[in-house]
Design a protein around this ligand. Structure first.
Ligand SMILES: [Zn+2]
Length: 190
């Protein structure tokens, strides 16, 4: 990962041979990864990789916002995703950040089971359809859906190949409700 780029949680930044894990990062199997959304910077003096949160002035979610969210729970009728970024707002989100994506709001076509479309830890791009009394999301448009998925077996990134996702590490093949730019998104212009 190049410095000063926006990164997502779980993104590989460096190796523990090159750098130490600093604020906003964690180390896993010798790889330093981002623990939050933010800008990747290297503290050259201390040789530490860090992810700087993008300012601390909070932003309130609004209906119609496009957001990035991390899938936290999957139920038979919905998923719960934690909103981590609002498009166009380099600020942290205030208040409740858990959004509900109901099964009927996932796709234009009929979805029986949310678990067939999303997996825990996936980063999704979604639209906010309601803020009060709770956050509701939808992913019907083709620009919405999973932009980064993790292998359910080994947690490495899934790479898009034709219409299937394949694990870069173990070769496991998986399916998701992907956004059209899966794996090809510009994190500096979410
Ligand atoms: Zn895998």
């Amino acid at each position: 990962m190049t410095e000063n780029n926006m990164v997502l949680p779980g993104e590989k930044l460096s190796t523990s041979e090159e750098l130490l894990s600093g604020d906003g990062t964690f180390e896993e199997d010798g790889i330093i990864k981002a623990a939050r959304v933010g800008k990747y910077v290297v503290d050259e003096k201390n040789r530490r990789a860090m992810v700087k949160p993008v300012t601390s002035i909070p932003v309130l979610l609004k209906k119609g916002d496009t957001v990035l969210a991390e899938v936290r729970f999957i139920r038979s009728s919905m998923i719960i995703a934690n909103v981590i970024h609002v498009k166009g707002e380099n600020r942290r989100i205030s208040g409740d950040t858990n959004g509900t994506l109901r099964v009927s709001e996932i796709s234009q076509s009929y979805v029986k089971d949310p678990a067939s479309e999303f997996s825990l830890g996936d980063i999704i791009r979604a639209k906010v359809t309601q803020v009060n009394p709770n956050i509701q999301l939808e992913t019907k448009d083709r620009s919405l859906g999973v932009i980064k998925g993790l292998c359910t077996k080994c947690r490495h990134s899934l790479i898009k190949k034709d219409n299937i996702l394949e694990c870069e590490n173990c070769g496991n093949k998986e399916r998701r409700r992907t956004a059209i730019d899966y794996g090809n998104y510009d994190l500096n212009n979410l």
